[in-house]
Design a binder for this molecule. Structure first.
Ligand SMILES: CC(C)(COP(=O)(O)OP(=O)(O)OC[C@H]1O[C@@H](n2cnc3c(N)ncnc32)[C@H](O)[C@@H]1OP(=O)(O)O)[C@@H](O)C(=O)NCCC(=O)NCCS
Length: 189
């Protein structure tokens, strides 16, 4: 793979960029506090902004060439700050396989934001990072997330597993979707 690190990515409406320590306020207000956002996620809503600051300091601003994590911001409203994120949650460099997860503020649901963002990240993964396969998974019942995967060209995989969410002390069923490089090239989106 060509591991060049997280770069700025532009879409029609969005700038996907690296997180900075200044993002805590908007992240907390826009989505990190919200229990509806976390319903199908591994983490729990942040109780206060200090939790968001800690996440930024300890994890989200620590980038290297195998870290791919984008803050989603609006080109026509940069003052709104960070409205969501797309993260590469797993990377298998040897086989060129990566798994991505995502979330966006409830205020912006069903406007095509995540489809627009994820398509661009997938293009970056295949074209720039020279990866071979993208995967994502959702908890059964998370129809919006499944729709995003389908609209981005991913197909249902045979991989359906039970998973434990340690922070929630909960067992769930997750379904994987995937797209490989050949399909991506043939789809030519
Ligand atoms: C999943 C999520 C990222 C989608 O973001 P988004 O910007 O609203 O996604 P898009 O607008 O690009 O697409 C959403 C699609 O889901 C559909 N959808 C939404 N709710 C739905 C439901 N209850 N049943 C069926 N389809 C649904 C929308 O109609 C839309 O499809 P369409 O454009 O074909 O009409 C957002 O809902 C979110 O952040 N959820 C909380 C975090 C999360 O669950 N992340 C995914 C973890 S796997």
């Amino acid at each position: 793979m060509n591991l060049i690190g997280t770069k700025n990515l532009y879409t029609q409406r969005l700038l996907l960029r690296r997180f900075t320590l200044n993002d805590a306020q908007s992240m907390f207000e826009n989505y990190c506090h919200d229990e509806d956002i976390c319903k199908y996620l591994t983490w729990n809503p942040h109780k206060d902004i200090d939790e968001t600051k800690e996440l930024l300091t300890d994890v989200f601003t620590k980038y290297n060439d195998t870290t791919y994590r984008w803050a989603i911001t609006l080109l026509d409203n940069p003052d709104k700050g960070v409205i969501g994120s797309i993260d590469m949650v797993k990377l298998d460099v040897e086989n060129g396989v990566a798994e991505f997860g995502y979330c966006v503020s409830k205020e912006f649901w069903n406007k095509g934001i995540m489809t627009e963002a994820y398509k661009t990240v997938i293009e970056f993964f295949f074209n720039e990072l020279k990866g071979l396969k993208v995967e994502s998974c959702f908890q059964i019942g998370n129809f919006a997330s499944e729709q995003v995967m389908i609209k981005c060209g991913l197909k249902k995989s045979g991989r359906r597993e039970e998973a434990t969410l340690p922070l929630k002390n909960k067992k769930v069923i997750i379904q994987y979707y995937y797209i490989d490089k050949i399909t991506f090239v043939n789809n030519n989106y």
